[in-house]
Ligand binder design. Structure first.
Ligand code: NAD
Length: 283
């Protein structure tokens, strides 16, 4: 058996087209980004986010600040963006050199937190009442839905427990009524867990961590990993897994393209919350 490849590029294109229609319907939408320092990868990510936003008609506001910018200066900028009526979404590009990430995340108005990292949004997800949810996990769930992977009652195993991928995707799977196991760097005998998975999501950042012997025949496997190696960009899942799994996301072209598409969708969602079309939970 060779797994069906779950095509993130195709689904992301569909999501972006739908977002474009929604933006046209809503009128002016603004997305602000805040970048500190000169890390080339961060600059590239931000440029890509701007291009993607502009393609769907979202106006972008680009703040690129020098590496010596203080935490207080960033907080001041965020306060201004929070009260700026032309801004629907705020994206602080993390990490910021020498700046406390948790303070930055808390400083974004939760209703403009399109990354879904603010404790209020993270808490809503934990409570099973999701508001703005991180883009990569939302993209993973969208891919699983697109390929009609059953989640209700399924055994789902998540490898990785980061705040941006592992934990939120585990909560989304739980909410979809899967029985969820979260594995991490202290997990003893990873294969014992992964072999049980009908749905396996791997987000560890280790090339080839999951090999074919660790995968149940017929499983749906989502490879979130993006590892730069001499062979180019590779995932956390050995490509040989395609011979055992029924579904597998490619790297590149699987989860990656979904992330920016879902970020744009979150911007539309944030605009609807802020404009009162949807009720946002305020204290
Ligand atoms: P992270 O480094 O914050 O977390 C990695 C997690 O993997 C940790 O929870 C750790 O406990 C776990 N882990 C490490 N070694 C392990 C092992 N041997 N067995 C089991 N678990 C182990 O990483 P992250 O930010 O969650 O990202 C994970 C990967 O996903 C990276 O390759 C990253 O580049 C990629 N990523 C891709 C996208 C995308 O859009 N495609 C988005 C975010 C992250």
């Amino acid at each position: 058996m060779t797994a069906t490849s779950m095509d993130g590029r195709a689904l992301a294109a569909k999501v972006r087209a739908a977002v474009k229609d929604e933006v046209a319907e809503l009128g002016e939408l603004g997305l602000a980004t805040v970048l500190v320092g000169d890390d080339p990868a961060s600059h590239l990510y931000i440029t890509r986010k701007h291009e993607a936003a502009q393609e769907v008609g979202i106006r972008t506001i680009d703040h690129r600040l020098p590496a010596e910018t203080s935490e207080d200066e960033v907080l001041e900028l965020l306060r201004g963006l929070n009260v700026n009526d032309e801004v629907d979404g705020i994206l602080p590009q993390l990490p910021m050199p020498g700046i406390d990430e948790a303070r930055i995340i808390r400083a974004v108005d939760p209703v403009k937190d399109v990354d879904g990292f603010h404790p209020l949004n993270a808490g809503q997800l934990y409570l099973g009442r999701p508001t703005l949810v991180p883009a990569t996990p939302t993209g993973i769930l969208a891919l699983l839905a697109e390929y009609a992977i059953p989640l209700d009652g399924a055994r789902a195993v998540v490898v990785g427990r980061s705040d941006i991928v592992g934990k939120p995707v585990a909560h989304l799977l739980l909410q979809a009524n899967a029985t969820v196991t979260i594995c991490h760097s202290h997990t003893d005998d990873l294969a014992r867990q992964t072999l049980d998975a009908d749905v396996l999501v791997v987000a560890a950042g280790i090339a080839g961590l999951v090999d074919p012997d660790m995968v149940k025949q017929g499983a749906a496997v989502v490879d979130v990993g993006q590892n730069r190696t001499e062979a180019g960009l590779v995932g956390d899942v050995d490509p040989g897994v395609a011979e055992r799994a029924a579904f597998l996301t490619p790297v590149p072209g699987g989860v990656g393209p979904m992330t920016i598409a879902m970020l744009l969708r979150n911007t539309v969602l944030a605009a609807r919350y802020r404009r009162g079309a949807l009720a946002f939970p305020r204290v």
